[in-house]
Write a protein that binds this ligand. Structure first.
Ligand SMILES: Nc1ncnc2c1ncn2[C@@H]1O[C@H](COP(=O)(O)OP(=O)(O)OP(=O)(O)O)[C@@H](O)[C@H]1O
Length: 363
């Protein structure tokens, strides 16, 4: 568990951050210049807060009052940058073993074989970094950070330098890291796609402060946070489990807290936990259960809140069981439906509007 409570002034910019990052992936998300990299650099020991405390699992790394300021190499943190920073004169194996060899034997908690296997880099072990693709280099950089048996892994835009195909290849590896190796990850990104795919906890940064933090699902589904999560991304992120497939109709059924959802056929095995994005603009609301309608996902729900977004759009939050759905309707529709909190309605979601990329395994 990483705990920080730090302040620093750099030029005109003031940073004042309180944050805890526990098990799983905590994403620091915010627009350019909001202070994400500054935070990660202070945790890593690459820059120093003016005041405050940073600790990992209760071990103090920095404390301005008592004058503690451990150097980066004594902090036991793994750091993966946007660019890989591998040693060019060492083979992949040499790079992987570098941090591990600096550790006393009892502290080498990660096994080379396990890391190499997870990252799929067995065939690269004898090559030099110059002979690797960008994605392969980044896998080795992640492996090297893991093998230093860090108490927490800091990742600053690790995929930013890669093309979209390499990004989607690496995302599943990163998503498995925190779970397989039980290492909390603090992940900096300004790509909402990456954040939705990876994060368990989201910390939204704005002007040097953490403006909101909490479970990804609750922050993403909150229309009040739209200025920070991004207008285009309006929609809910919900957890579900693959329940069954029907190849004849080309569909997959997903079970979630509020019922069952039908989406286009996925290749994920039955029982796989998934995270599903449902865009606010793709959900419609019916007061009566509609009959003879082509939409297969008709979910009973209760209106939680109704708020005008602008003159054209109204944001409605619905509760479907314990799951929140964010729906956008026009103000014209609201004038006719007159939705109010507490009203029982039906949420209509076309299976077709849930794209393949909106359903991601979180195993
Ligand atoms: N050494 C420095 N001296 C003065 N100002 C700095 C210094 N480093 C960063 N800043 C300023 O601090 C602010 C936060 O920068 P930071 O790099 O942490 O933002 P960021 O959220 O990581 O941005 P990006 O997404 O573009 O990487 C910016 O206004 C930046 O100009």
């Amino acid at each position: 568990m990483l705990d920080l409570d730090i302040r620093r002034r750099q030029g005109d910019f003031s940073l004042d951050v309180r944050l805890s990052a526990g098990p799983g992936v905590t994403a620091l998300y915010g627009r350019s210049g909001s202070g994400k990299t500054s935070v990660i650099n202070m945790v890593a020991g690459l820059s120093r807060p003016d005041e405050g405390v940073i600790s990992v699992d209760g071990r103090v790394l920095f404390d301005s009052q008592s004058g503690i300021d451990l150097p980066p190499e004594a902090r036991r943190l793994g750091y993966v940058f946007q660019e890989h920073r591998l040693f060019p004169h060492l083979s992949v194996r040499g790079n992987l073993e570098f941090g591990r060899k600096l550790l006393p034997v009892p502290e080498r908690t990660q096994s080379l074989d396990k890391v190499v296997q997870l990252l799929g880099i067995e065939h690269l072990l004898d090559r030099r970094p110059a002979k690797l693709s960008g994605g392969e280099k980044q896998r080795v950089a992640i492996g090297r950070a893991l093998l230093a048996s860090p108490r927490i892994l800091l990742m600053d835009e690790p995929l930013a330098a890669l093309d979209p195909a390499r990004k989607s290849e690496l995302l599943p590896f990163i998503s498995q890291l925190a779970r397989r190796f039980s290492i909390p990850i603090l992940y900096v990104s300004h790509s909402m796609d990456e954040v939705i795919r990876l994060a368990d906890t989201l910390a939204l940064m704005d002007g040097g402060k953490v403006a909101a933090s909490g479970p990804l699902e609750s922050l993403m589904g909150d229309p009040g946070l739209r200025p920070l999560t991004g207008r285009y991304e309006a929609g809910a992120v919900i957890g579900a489990v693959v329940s069954s497939h029907d190849s004849g109709f080309g569909i997959t059924r997903l079970a979630f807290d509020g019922g069952m959802l039908i989406v286009g056929r996925t290749e994920l095995a039955v029982g796989t936990p998934v995270r599903l994005r449902i865009h606010a603009r793709d959900v419609a609301i019916a007061i009566e259960p509609p009959e003879r309608v082509s939409i297969r996902n008709v979910l009973p729900a209760t209106v939680v809140s109704v708020a005008a977004a602008d003159s054209f759009l109204v944001d409605v939050v619905l509760a479907c069981g314990a799951t929140r759905l964010w729906v956008q309707i026009t103000s014209l529709a609201q004038a006719q439906l007159n939705l109010v909190p507490g009203m029982r309605v039906h949420a209509l979601i076309k299976a077709l509007t849930i794209a393949r990329g909106d359903v991601a395994s979180v195993e």
